[in-house]
Design a protein around this ligand. Structure first.
Ligand SMILES: *Cc1c(COP(=O)(O)O)cnc(C)c1O
Length: 372
């Protein structure tokens, strides 16, 4: 067949005149950093998610790091997250000097298990070595985590919640959009994410205005009211005007793309039912379908058949974070987080993008049926 895993070329072909015009406007006004497109994008992003503020930044990783810096997370603090995610989620915790404390996933949703979260907080309190500070749930593959249960645990123990919505822009939880499901949220505009730029980018969402002000300062080297007065340690975490201009065009097309992703996901789930474990959509949730990921004990056989047929697949994620060399200092070993380990051993993702035709989806399902 021969097809891309994510089809950015077709998207560009559809949006090309608007994207070129938007980029030309930036080239003409020349405000490459902090140009007018940034404010426009922030306003539209906040409106889309239902957060009071959106703050553009240089990457999804910065969008996770900056809230932690603003909340004063540091050495001696425990921040709870899942080991079944991209490394950035836990990396930012380590960068602040705090300790990531892993909580296993629910095996069906791949998201943090709230009952295990509560137990992990109690364990850290009982041990007395670290101070529980916050929680970073991940909306993996675009599906929101269980925020009612997670925010309840946060409330019980006085912890902040930072939503890792890097994959879930456009997702919904009980009538609210991802990005507005916790005190503060981070998303990514890496090109392959549901809303992707043409380079790196990200955004932070919050309705906590005091926190927003501190984060805006951190993003710009801890700048205070006056230029070149630095009231705190920050970094250069700004989003470029060119990326903001491109994102404004892509945001206008986003709802149509999201509907197309939902159609693709539905068709996969119908075609693959009984063949592999397909991703569930819990009551009241909508995934942004960043990935369509399935489980099979015969993963390698299926992937080989798909590769033979020209269908690319990917494995997110082949090694959970507690088994990564970078986190060996945490002292974990195989068996510590069994649901994450099982997912890593059996999961694979199929091509997923808004321009995937029904006939291609049917062909992919047929190759899988044949292989099994
Ligand atoms: C992509 C991703 C990030 C990091 O985003 P970047 O823009 O690549 O820095 C963080 N968390 C998760 C879950 C991601 O998928």
């Amino acid at each position: 067949m021969g097809m891309p895993f994510v089809d950015l070329k077709t998207q560009f072909a559809r949006l090309e005149p608007e994207i070129r015009a938007a980029m030309d406007r930036v080239l003409a006004h020349g405000a490459y950093v902090m140009g007018p497109e940034l404010g426009q994008l922030e306003e539209q992003l906040a409106g889309y998610c239902g957060a009071a503020e959106a703050i553009g930044c240089a990457s999804g990783t910065d969008a996770l790091l900056i809230p932690l810096m603003a909340l004063g997370v540091g050495p001696g603090d425990a921040v709870f997250t899942t080991p079944f995610t991209f490394i950035a989620t836990a990396e930012v915790v380590a960068l602040t000097g705090a300790t990531p404390v892993f909580v296993d996933i629910d095996p069906a949703s791949f998201n943090m298990d709230p009952a295990l979260l509560r137990k992990a907080v109690l364990d850290v309190l009982a041990e007395g070595r670290l101070k529980p500070r916050g929680i970073i749930p991940v909306d993996l593959f675009g599906l929101p985590a269980d925020y009612d249960a997670i925010n309840a645990v946060a409330g019980e123990f006085g912890l902040f919640v930072l939503e890792d919505a890097a994959q879930s822009f456009g997702g919904e939880y009980k009538g609210r959009r991802c990005g507005a499901l916790a005190r503060v949220a981070a998303t990514s505009f890496f090109p392959a994410k549901p809303l992707g730029a043409y380079g790196d980018g990200g955004a932070i969402f919050t309705s906590d205005m005091e926190l927003a002000q501190v984060m805006r300062s951190i993003i710009n080297h801890g700048m205070g009211e006056d230029r070149y007065e630095h009231v705190r340690i920050g970094l250069n975490g700004r989003l470029d005007s060119l990326q903001a201009a491109i994102l404004l065009v892509k945001l206008a097309a986003f709802d149509g793309e999201l509907a197309a992703r939902r159609r693709v996901a539905q068709r996969y789930s119908e075609g693959l039912s009984g063949l592999v474990e397909t991703p569930p959509t819990p009551q009241g949730c909508q995934s942004a379908w960043a990935q369509y990921s399935v489980l099979s004990p015969q993963r390698e056989r299926v992937r080989a058949a798909l590769a033979e047929a020209g269908v690319p697949t990917a494995i997110y994620y082949p090694k959970p974070l507690h088994l990564q060399p970078a986190f060996k200092g945490l002292g974990h070993g195989p068996g510590d987080f069994p649901a994450s380990e099982r997912a890593s051993a059996q999961i694979f993702s199929l091509p997923m993008h808004p321009y995937l035709e029904d006939a291609r989806v049917d062909e992919i399902c047929a190759v899988i049926a044949q292989a099994l």
